[in-house]
Ligand binder design. Sequence first.
Ligand SMILES: Cc1cc2nc3c(=O)[nH]c(=O)nc-3n(C[C@H](O)[C@H](O)[C@H](O)COP(=O)(O)OP(=O)(O)OC[C@H]3O[C@@H](n4cnc5c(N)ncnc54)[C@H](O)[C@@H]3O)c2cc1C
Length: 454
Amino acid sequence: MTDVDYCVVGGGFAGLTAALRLKQAGRSVALLEARDRLGGRTFTEVRDDGTWIDRGGAWIGPGQDRIYALMDEFGVPSYKQYTDGEAMMVVDGKQHRYTGTIPWTMSPWAAMNLGAVFVELGQMCKSVPIEAPWAAKDADEWDKITLADWLDSNVLSKPAYELLDTAIAGCYTSAASEVSLLFVLYQMASGGGPGFVLGVKDAAQDARPVGGMGAIYRPMAAQIGDSIRLSQPVRHIDQDANGVTVRSDGMTVHARRVIVAVPLAIASQIRYDPMLPVDRSFLHQRMPSGSIFKISVVYDEPFWRRDGLSGQSAKPGSPATVTIDACTNTARPGVLCVITEGPIAREIGQLDEAERRKAILGELVERFGDKAGSPVDYIEQNWSVERYSGGGMLSHAPTGVLTEFGHALRKPCGRIHWAGTESSAAMCGWVDGAIRSGERAAIEVMEHETATVA
Ligand SMILES: Cc1cc2nc3c(=O)[nH]c(=O)nc-3n(C[C@H](O)[C@H](O)[C@H](O)COP(=O)(O)OP(=O)(O)OC[C@H]3O[C@@H](n4cnc5c(N)ncnc54)[C@H](O)[C@@H]3O)c2cc1C
């Protein structure tokens, strides 16, 4: 039995931030992490040649002030995402190379349709209060329909539909028919609108920390020190008037309060005694994650840059749905990141690794030429089968969930407080949101001390 002021469950960015801020405030903490590594949905692997590969969350953007503050705290610089050259869209078997946001060569009608939808989504997002999206004027109407329902009524051009379906539903790593329109609008608003979510330059993929996300979470962990216990999946959380008792496979921790910082999609795997209030418990059952493969294909050099390409490409329905340049700040070796999301990720998950590699490299050759077929390394991460993530990138709300259960997202349940990117009003779904949630939860538990003393 370990006795501490506070227990934190989960060593992703939310849990690490909560533990760090509590330690810095002089409190004793135990952080129990299920895996044998930290970082959660971020995972930076350092190869023998020193190249680092982010197998999960990687990019940062303007407005993500809390991650930038943490990087300043630990002396981690950032570098800009490579965006020179042309991006590529493959629609109806035809390649379109373009600069800017919209591939105008596709067809004027499709391009206009795309542009109009962006404007419309941006307007709708503006009316969603991120602290309480269920209070938006049209919340009830928008929470009754899925993203697919809305696209069906608003996107008339087939190529525009396919691109929007890939781009927007892709963010939720699910089919458009699975996700509530209100949730989509809320999550976009939480980052500042569709331009931020879907963009690269000056948007969500604007930059990266030098050294990857691990360059941030490793020094955080070093400062938290031996309060971190790895390979401790928490199974039970009991609470009573004296505090909480948190039991993992190998430890029991007694604390005043606990911060649970695990994805909503798997929060119900912990047994809570007494049972959680119905709305919180049902929220856990109703916010699933989607499927995502992130594949890093490593070459001697980023050859696509010499060919005038940025490395960004999209082909709806393909096993390599989107690609983006993922080189480190030294630009050597060349790293091309392939992201495959939603139904296609589940489909390629059925293939064995050799078949999948063949399919992915075939797609890259089609887009980037023969050189793309001979990488020096190929590293894939299937987040859909990660037991302690429950999928990726984030848990989303199907129809009816935000309006019925959203109010329970951050509300503590007695001595149990909730962190995790899904509980952050701002930057929900990003690492920055996770950090914000950890900082909020740390303040929340300490505010109870003041209340008790008063
Ligand atoms: C492929 C991919 C790409 C992404 N790209 C980006 C990006 O470019 N930029 C960006 O900002 N975000 C990105 N994200 C999202 C980002 O990674 C997440 O928002 C963020 O990492 C979530 O942090 P968290 O602390 O809330 O949750 P997590 O990182 O999921 O941390 C939860 C932790 O809890 C642990 N845990 C689970 N159950 C238990 C238990 N019972 N007991 C103890 N521990 C438990 C887990 O092992 C994990 O370490 C991406 C995610 C994925 C998967």
